[in-house]
Write a protein that binds this ligand. Structure first.
Ligand code: DX5
Ligand code: ZN
Length: 224
């Protein structure tokens, strides 16, 4: 597991919202391949953040993968707007979808990557029926809603459990595992070793004195 490529996905949730194009520059300079965009609706989660118009404005400023994480009820309503705005991948929450198959199909027809996410208390069995229909599983390692929370320790076992189930179903090469919440330099390696392919980091990047250096340090941690 230690030699595989792990991607760092800075979350712009912790960036300066008055200067998001600079946040994109930081991500690119640091060498991040993905840029994580947290969409919150003040309903599925208490917070309220970014809509499709913002993603549309960001799109011309970067060619990195715009990784849109929908923390919203009725995700089906937002798939097309975010796809048109220029998202590269769209992830929805299993807890928010009345009919997950329909949401998956909606994302699929846009040609974007399909992600499914689960909150820390949702059993892995809830998403297992969709393993072979998605490109990515986003494991929440904090309760969704806010940046800057602490990594929930049971998350590492959940990542390993999902990795194991993907292996058993021969899906290890077709489905990526992304982990989101409380990722810091000191736990990044543990999370990667448990089976994560993509690590989201918000406050650990944009709260650092030198965010470019922080991204580079993450990349060094997970590739050495
Ligand atoms: C939380 C968001 C995360 C958040 C991570 O609901 O989904 O992406 O930005 O922030 P940190 O890395 O600070 O936990
Ligand atoms: Zn997120």
């Amino acid at each position: 597991m230690s030699n595989k490529t792990v991607i760092i996905a800075p979350s712009i949730l912790s960036a300066d919202f008055s200067n998001l194009s600079s946040a994109l520059n930081i991500c690119e300079k640091g060498g991040a391949e993905y840029i994580h965009v947290d969409v919150m609706d003040n309903h599925f989660v208490p917070n309220l953040t970014i809509g499709p118009l913002v993603v549309k404005s960001l799109r011309p400023h970067t060619n990195r993968f715009l990784d849109v994480h929908l923390m919203v009820t009725n995700p089906e309503n937002l798939v097309e707007p975010f796809a048109r705005a220029g998202a590269d991948g769209i992830t929805f929450h299993i807890e928010a979808a009345e009919n997950p198959d329909d949401v998956i199909d909606l994302i699929r027809v846009t040609g974007k990557q399909v992600g499914i996410s689960l909150k820390p208390k949702t059993p892995v069995s809830a998403i297992e029926p969709f393993f072979d229909k998605v490109d990515m599983i986003l494991v929440m390692s904090v309760e969704p809603g806010f940046g800057g929370q602490g990594y929930l320790p049971g998350s590492t076992e959940r990542i390993a459990e999902i990795r194991q189930r993907l292996l058993e179903q021969c899906l290890q090469d077709s489905v990526l595992i992304e982990v989101d919440g409380g990722i810091k330099l000191d736990n990044a390696k543990e999370v990667a070793n448990a089976g994560a392919d993509i690590l989201v980091a918000g406050s650990a990047v944009f709260g650092a004195d030198d965010p470019v250096a922080a991204i580079q340090q993450f990349i060094n941690k997970i590739t050495n």
